[in-house]
Design a protein around this ligand. Structure first.
Ligand code: NAD
Length: 252
């Protein structure tokens, strides 16, 4: 359980779901985790649980779409740790409507949280990641960043954008020779607070599982394990790659 020993990892959207499971998994592997989220009360609860495993872990309450907040966090982390080893750009949500019914405000909010935040996190954390010597950025995309679904225009566009932004980041880091790798993770249907209401509807759950070859929903820890692999030295020859964790949905 030392796969992230001596590493500092920042996880966004860490108060809930996949982000929390990732923070937990990283703490189990001896990382110091900085949990970031905009939901203050939930974040405080999450941090208390993580500190039981990793007492030096900390939290940062901010909105990942705020450029100033990212700048401020970079200063805070530089003063506190002098480096960052792992950045997990995970925070996100979807607004699902047909193009005809999706408001432009909902389009912009979806793209801002899922895609703009990844650009901002990458931009402002890069100097800290370069100081690591073996930095790793892992971006949360989705199977919806690879295959489309109806009523998901903004979400698919944003997650597809994350997929390509990941590859550009990988190339720029390789060219700079700064030791930073960048990869993306593409989950399928995962049980979290975000999806709980939808999966509680028997008809919808049945439909989703019918096109999932492994015939079960993913667990947050299934995705956390993928983040762990890409965050650790075990994936040191991987950059610009996309790791699909979808129970086989996109094989078909
Ligand atoms: P979740 O709702 O359980 O957790 C998301 C967390 O992100 C919440 O704690 C929320 O407060 C935080 N967050 C949202 N907007 C934020 C903002 N602007 N600033 C800071 N924090 C913010 O959701 P989840 O299912 O764990 O999803 C996490 C990520 O995984 C998302 O990017 C989502 O698109 C992606 N994803 C989820 C699934 C799935 O089936 N659950 C599948 C593919 C991809």
């Amino acid at each position: 359980m030392t796969r992230l020993a001596n590493k500092v990892a920042l996880v966004t959207g860490a108060a809930s779901g996949i982000g929390f499971a990732t923070a937990q998994r990283f703490a189990e592997e001896q990382a110091v985790v900085v949990l970031a989220d905009r939901n203050g009360p939930l974040l405080a609860e999450a941090l208390a649980r993580i500190q039981e495993i990793s007492p030096e872990s900390d939290s940062a309450c901010f909105d990942v779409t705020s450029e100033q907040a990212w700048k401020d966090l970079a200063t805070t982390l530089m003063n506190r740790f002098g480096k960052l080893d792992v950045l997990i750009n995970n925070a996100g949500f979807g607004r699902f409507q047909s193009i005809a019914n999706l408001s432009y405000d909902d389009w912009k909010a979806t793209v801002a949280v899922n895609l703009d935040s990844v650009f901002l996190g990458t931009k402002y954390m890069m100097p800290l990641l370069a100081r690591s010597g073996s930095g790793s950025i892992v971006n949360m995309s989705s199977m919806r960043g690879i295959v489309a679904g109806p009523n998901a225009s903004a979400y698919c566009a944003a997650k597809g954008g994350v997929r390509m932004l990941t590859k550009v980041t990988a190339l720029e880091c390789a060219e700079a020779g700064n030791g930073v790798r960048c990869n993306s993770v593409h989950p399928g249907h995962v049980e979290t607070p975000l999806t709980a209401a939808a999966y509680a509807k028997p008809e919808l759950a049945k439909e989703f599982l019918a096109h999932t070859p492994l015939a079960r929903f993913g667990k947050a820890r299934d995705i956390a394990n993928a983040f762990l692999f890409l965050a650790s030295e075990e994936s040191s020859y991987m950059t610009g790659s996309e790791l699909v964790v979808d129970g086989g949905v996109t094989c078909q």
